[in-house]
Every structure is written in C-alpha cells, then in structure tokens.
Write a protein that binds this ligand. Structure first.
Ligand code: COA
Length: 258
C-alpha cells in the first residue's frame, strides 16, 4: 500500500494514514487503501481490535483533500460524498472495536473519520473541527449526521455552522472524544485500553456494536427488538458459558471467540 500502513501487534491492528506532506488529507488513494485494509481485517482472525492514527506528530487527518474541490461538478461532488460515506460506513460497521488515536488535527473528513470509529482517544495537541463552511461547502463524509448523534444537535451545529476549531479538552467536555492523554503517552494508553478490550468476549462485543448502531439508526422500540435479538444470538456462543462459569469459579474468563 502507498499511504495506508498496517502493522499487527499482538491482536491489535494498527492502521496509519501516512501522507504527511498534506497533513494526511484524504484523497482517493487513501480512501481506496483504507477500504481495502478494513475488508482484509474483517477476515483476519488474529486482529481483535483496530486502531487508526495519522503519521507524524502534527495531524491525524486534516480533512478531505481540498485540491480536488475547485474543478468538481455538483454530480461529481455527490459521488465524492457517497464514496467517503461508503468507506466510513465500512469502518463503523466493523464487528471488531475500532479506536481512533487522534494525534493532531482532526478536521473536516478527519473529524468525520474519527466519528465513524467506535471510540476516540486524543493527544493534548489534537484539534477538532468541521471547517467546511469556511470553504463554502458542507461536511460530506457523515459529519452532519454522526456529529449531532454523538454530541447533540446544538453542539454539532455550533461546530458545523461556525467552522471553529476546538482543542482536545473542549472535545472531551462536549463528549466528542473518550479521553485525552499527553502526546507521548497516546499510543501506550490506547494499547493498554486495547488490552482491556481483548480480554472480553469478541462475539459479545460484535453483537453489542450491532445492537448499538442498529438502535442509533431507528426508533427505540425497533432498537430494543435489535437488542433482544442480539441477546438471543450471544446465547448461541460458547463464550457466554465460559464467562458465567469463570465468574462462578472466581477466575478470569478465557474467551475463545466461539
Ligand atoms: N487538503 C489538501 N491539502 C491540505 C489539507 C487538506 N485538507 N490540509 C493541509 N493540506 C496541505 C497544505 O496545503 C500544505 O501543503 P503544501 O505544503 O504543499 O502547501 C500542507 O498540507 C501543510 O499544511 P499548512 O496549511 O501549511 O500547515 P499549517 O500548520 O499552516 O496549517 C491547518 C494546518 C490544518 C490549520 C491547515 O492546513 C488547514 O486549515 N487545512 C485545511 C483544513 C480543512 O479545511 N479541512 C476540511 C477540508 S473539507
């Protein structure tokens, strides 16, 4: 791959977007490679948790590549948004937990990429924003939809309408991210958290993700139906017997992903 690197460390798949000369901005090559790596990881039994970060110390992803905008027709813009949305939906629908390790600028498509991940941990120097209005355009990779769902309509509209950038502490305060760490500690903290995730039942996590995202997409009663179905399906696994048995035997559970 040209700009997306994958490194396996134990059960953690570390994905790094490396286009540092453009602050890791997303172009077609980045999107294609991100899509490919997520499709590959789906079938990779070794990978239990996925971490995405940006190369370098300055930027996670500074947005979609703006150089594509001037010549873009409205119809091309529609396809452009659909393409980014499709790749981000593959990320969101991963059955393995996906963590964004946000090591710097997460602007526009970069913030939207973080929103498509299941969990977001940031370094103290991270900056967030949806600055599209400053370019005379709007968020097109899911920002108008995932941001209000995550932080509420009022806070989302503040960011989407003003284009202002916020620091990591404000992002934490408004619930945009899960935690903030000093930059030098970010990856070790994320790895420690990944270990915590890897100690749990993978199938229970996959079914939790399924029920949560199904619920976000629908009414409460349909979401509750989705939860009950997932609860039924988790009782088809061997790991749920191991989980309860280990508790009763006062020992840590050893899940087998079965
Ligand atoms: N698309 C394309 N190129 C981008 C980019 C983007 N979204 N963000 C940064 N770059 C490029 C710059 O053009 C520059 O390239 P160059 O050296 O060939 O001129 C390089 O990355 C470094 O960026 P620069 O602006 O010089 O760094 P800075 O530290 O002065 O500013 C930012 C950093 C993030 C504040 C600034 O780059 C920025 O505002 N980027 C655009 C963010 C944005 O609007 N994203 C949403 C897009 S829809």
């Amino acid at each position: 791959m040209e700009v997306v690197q994958l490194e396996m460390k134990g059960g953690v798949a570390h994905i790094t977007i490396d286009r540092q000369s453009k602050l890791n901005a997303l172009n077609e090559v980045v999107l294609n490679e991100l899509e490919q790596v997520f499709l590959d990881l789906k079938h990779n039994e070794e990978a239990r948790v996925i971490v995405i970060t940006g190369a370098g110390e300055k930027s996670f992803v500074a947005g979609a590549d703006i150089s594509q905008f001037p010549s873009m027709s409205p119809e091309e813009a529609h396809s452009f948004a659909k393409r980014g949305q499709a790749v981000f939906s593959i990320i969101e629908s991963s059955s393995k937990p996906v963590i964004a390790a946000i090591n710097g600028f997460a602007l526009g498509g970069g913030c939207e990429l973080a929103l498509a991940c299941h969990l977001r941990f940031a370094s103290e120097n991270a900056m967030f924003g949806q600055p599209e209005v400053k370019l005379g355009v709007i968020a097109g990779y899911g920002g108008t939809q995932r941001l209000p769902r995550l932080i509420g309509e009022g806070r989302a509209l503040d960011l989407l309408l003003s284009g202002r950038m916020i620091k990591a502490d404000e992002a934490l305060q408004i619930g945009l991210i899960n935690a903030v760490f000093p930059q030098v500690e970010l990856l070790s903290k994320v790895e420690a958290y990944a270990d915590l995730l890897m100690a749990q039942s993978p199938q229970a996590q996959a079914l939790t993700l399924k029920a949560v995202y199904r619920g976000i997409d629908t009414t409460l009663s349909q979401g509750l139906d989705a939860e009950a179905s997932a609860f039924r399906d988790v009782f088809k696994t061997e790991d749920r017997i191991e989980g309860a048995t280990a508790f009763l035997e006062r020992r840590p559970a050893k899940f087998k992903n079965r």
